[in-house]
Each structure stands twice: as structure tokens, then as C-alpha cells.
Design a protein around this ligand. Structure first.
Ligand code: RIB
Length: 309
């Protein structure tokens, strides 16, 4: 099985469950508060491990002990974390997450030590990139470092997956040309391409514009509608598995991890898309980020049972 390297953020999530999202200037009361392990990078690394991948993780954490639960999760999921940077005087990143009654979330991140997962650190650890087959990255750490990692990984012949979250205003074409799979959600695709938010035609047009600019393949995650794969050979839609939605946090992270694991196993992309939809479907039926990530066995059971239904 191919080796996956995830580079990205580690956060502690402060999760507030609310009936409805507060409007500007409004104060609302939360029914429940939870402190949970999160961060897009950590969620993806943990999910890769839980789904059966061979995975290493580069990230930066503070010396405040806040990352300890995330690190325990990494060990449980067999994620190699020996090269994570600890900023003794720094604070671990935090995310304040509001989840409403319909399972939608809004997130504000204070990056803290994640800002030190930078170009200098990644250059110092480029042997981790040399040692992997697949690089999986998001954009919750300094973008120059991630662009360096993408460019270097591509030059070294690695398969690169870019999850453009949170979404910058633009991604240069020379970076897109180094990316084998870019995986925006609808909102991110709209921000990157200005496409119409209409399914399927507007979404397909947006994805095609990323192909024209150099991306290898585009996978658009579409929440309850599933996901769309757009390549030079054409476009295909993969429906979501029906699940009761509790909390969409880390659904995208779980999807991206499953995509990386499926590709690492050399499976057909159609199979991988179904697998990724199933894994993220289970994640939305549970609360929290890493707390919602299913194991490989859970995804396989889920697919077998639903497939028979
Ligand atoms: O993608 C979900 C994650 O985004 C949360 O865990 C939070 O930490 C933010 O990074």
C-alpha cells in the first residue's frame, strides 16, 4: 500500500450546539458545549489512519498541552507524528464551532502554533515528502509552505491532493498544474472560479475551468448531493448515502482522507468515490470532528448493509 503524508493544522475545537446560528449583533444560548480534537490537517491524518492508510503527519502545536487529545488519537490510529513541531512557548490552534439544529456549522479559527507549520519547517522536513507516495494538504496553515510542499512533491513524482479549505481568493495556475486532485466543496469552487452555484451544470463548468487551468482532476463535494468527479475524460456524479444529519463538521476531512486511502490502495476511482461518500456520510451522522470519523470496518459494514438494502 502506498504511503500518505498529510500536512496541515492541529486544533482543539470548542463546539457550541445552538438551535439557530446567531445573526450579526445577536446573542444566543448554547445547549451543549464540548472540547474536542480537531484541525483540518489532524482530522485528515487521523481519518487516513482510521480508514486503514499508512500515514505520517507534519503539523505544529503549542506547548500548552491542548493538543494532547489530538496526539493520543494519532497514536491510536497509527499515524506517525515524530516530526511534528512543538512551539514550547506557543498556543495550540483553536477553533470555535457553532453547530445548529440542522447540523450546519460555522467555524472561526485562531491558528496559534499552526502559523509555524511554515515554509522553513516544511523545507527542513522535505525528506518526509521524499518518503511518501501521496501528499494530502489543506490550507489552514501558511499557504506559502503548502505551495512549496505541493511544488516539491510534484517535482519528486508524488501524487498530490489539495483540499482548498479554507479557500483563498486565488490559487496560481502553476500550483494547479502540480495538483493531481483538487477537492473543493461548492462554496470553495464558486470562490475559486466564480461559477454558478447550480447543480450539475454550473458546478461542472466551474470544475472544467480548474481543469483548463491545469488541475489533474477535480472532485467537488456537494453535501447531501454527494460528489462530482470531473476529469479530461468527462464528468460523473456519485450520490451521497442517505443518513440522518447530526453535524457536518469534518465531513470534508473524512471524504478527503478516504479519497487518499482509496487511491493509496490502487482502487478504481469510481469505487474510491463511493467509499469516500460512505465514510463522510457516517461522519455527518455523528457529532464532532475526529469523534465522528469512522473506522475502516464501520465503513465496510455500512456499505455492505446499505448495498443489500
Ligand atoms: O474541517 C473541520 C475543522 O475545521 C475543525 O475540526 C476545526 O478545527 C477547523 O479546523
Amino acid at each position: 500500500m502506498k504511503k500518505i503524508l498529510v500536512i496541515g493544522s492541529t486544533n482543539t475545537d470548542f463546539v457550541l450546539e445552538v438551535e439557530e446560528m446567531p445573526q450579526v449583533g445577536e446573542t444566543v444560548m448554547s445547549k451543549f458545549f464540548h472540547r474536542l480534537p480537531g484541525g483540518k490537517g489532524a482530522n485528515q491524518a487521523y481519518a487516513c489512519g482510521m480508514l486503514g492508510g499508512r500515514v505520517s503527519f507534519l503539523s505544529a502545536i503549542g506547548g500548552d498541552g491542548l493538543a494532547s487529545v489530538v496526539m493520543e488519537n494519532m497514536r491510536r490510529a497509527d499515524v506517525a507524528i515524530s516530526q511534528i513541531r512543538t512551539m514550547v512557548e506557543g498556543s495550540t490552534g483553536i477553533a470555535v464551532i457553532c453547530v445548529d439544529g440542522a447540523g450546519n456549522n460555522s467555524i472561526v479559527v485562531a491558528p496559534g502554533a499552526n502559523l509555524q507549520c511554515d515554509c522553513e519547517y516544511l523545507k527542513d522536513h522535505r525528506e518526509a515528502i521524499d518518503a511518501c507516495d501521496i501528499l494530502l494538504v489543506q490550507l489552514e496553515v501558511p499557504i506559502e509552505g503548502i505551495f512549496y510542499a505541493i511544488t516539491y512533491a510534484h517535482k519528486m513524482g508524488k501524487l498530490v491532493i489539495l483540499n482548498p479549505a479554507p479557500c483563498p481568493d486565488a490559487i496560481p495556475d502553476e500550483i494547479l498544474r502540480c495538483v493531481d486532485y483538487i477537492t473543493p466543496n461548492e462554496t470553495e469552487l464558486q470562490k475559486l472560479t466564480g461559477c454558478r452555484m447550480e447543480y450539475p451544470d454550473g458546478i461542472r463548468e466551474g470544475a472544467e475551468s480548474l481543469l483548463r487551468r491545469g488541475a489533474g482532476q477535480v472532485v467537488v463535494t456537494l453535501g447531501g448531493k454527494g460528489a462530482m468527479l470531473c476529469s479530461r475524460g468527462g464528468t460523473a456524479c456519485f450520490p451521497a448515502w442517505e443518513v440522518p444529519v447530526k453535524d457536518t463538521t469534518a465531513a470534508g476531512d473524512t471524504f478527503n482522507a478516504a479519497l487518499a486511502v482509496g487511491l493509496a490502495e490502487g482502487r478504481r476511482i469510481e469505487e474510491v468515490m463511493d467509499f469516500a461518500n460512505a465514510a463522510s456520510g457516517i461522519a455527518v451522522s455523528r457529532k464532532g470532528a475526529q469523534t465522528s470519523v469512522p473506522s475502516r470496518a464501520e465503513v465496510e459494514n455500512f456499505m455492505n448493509c446499505r448495498g443489500d438494502a
